[in-house]
Design a protein. Structure first.
Length: 202
């Protein structure tokens, strides 16, 4: 823009005003987006690394039919898993991948939701804690992001066949886990509301 101002004499007068207005408008929008990003970053600054990374993949979902989501399959491969489809329950895969990315060794049977009861240390519910749930025929696992009176809000995989945040009844939770050796935050869980309460994540 500085160069354009200095060379105004070479820009047709009829176009100069329009060019400058367009440039300033674009810069203004870019500044607004940067400011919004800074707000989001500031609000989540205290979240653990695995949760920040996991949030970035919200919206990842299974592919219907004979094809499969390449991203989900890549998580399985990087963990040394054997299955090659996104139909096999993958909530444990989601948790294992992002814990490993953050530098923490997953449980031996990371693909089994309830095996995450063997991870790290038991803890109270807190942002980023691994929450393990019971369900008929199996279990479910994900990351805690908030709570309401009766529910926990969980960022997890294989929730309605996708990565999202869903409400699960506190009464179904059978444990919370936190990495050994990592300081635990003492801030209260954010209050959240709305959404459909999940009853079966199979």
């Amino acid at each position: 823009m500085v160069t354009l101002r200095k060379r105004r004499g070479k820009v047709p007068a009829a176009l100069y005003g329009d060019i400058m207005a367009a440039l300033e408008s674009g810069l203004g929008k870019a500044h607004s987006k940067a400011a919004a990003a800074n707000v989001i970053s500031s609000e989540r600054k205290g979240e653990p690394a695995w949760l920040i990374e996991a949030r970035a993949h919200m919206g990842t979902k299974e592919v219907r039919g004979s094809r499969h989501n390449a991203k989900i399959i890549s998580w399985v491969k990087k963990l040394g898993g054997w299955f090659t489809d996104d139909e096999t329950p993958w909530c444990g895969t989601f948790v294992a991948y992002y814990m490993k990315m953050a530098g923490y060794q997953p449980t031996k049977h990371w693909y089994r939701a309830k095996d995450w009861q063997n991870f790290g240390l038991s803890c109270q519910p807190k942002v980023g804690a691994i929450a393990i749930f019971g369900r008929k025929g199996g279990g479910h696992v994900g990351f805690v992001v908030g709570q309401s009176g009766k529910n926990l809000y969980i960022l997890g995989g294989n929730q309605s066949n996708a990565v999202n945040i869903m409400a699960l009844a506190k009464s179904r939770c059978i444990g919370f886990r936190w990495p050994t050796g990592l300081a635990q935050p003492d801030s209260p869980l954010p209050r959240m509301s709305g959404g459909t309460v999940s009853r079966n994540e199979a």
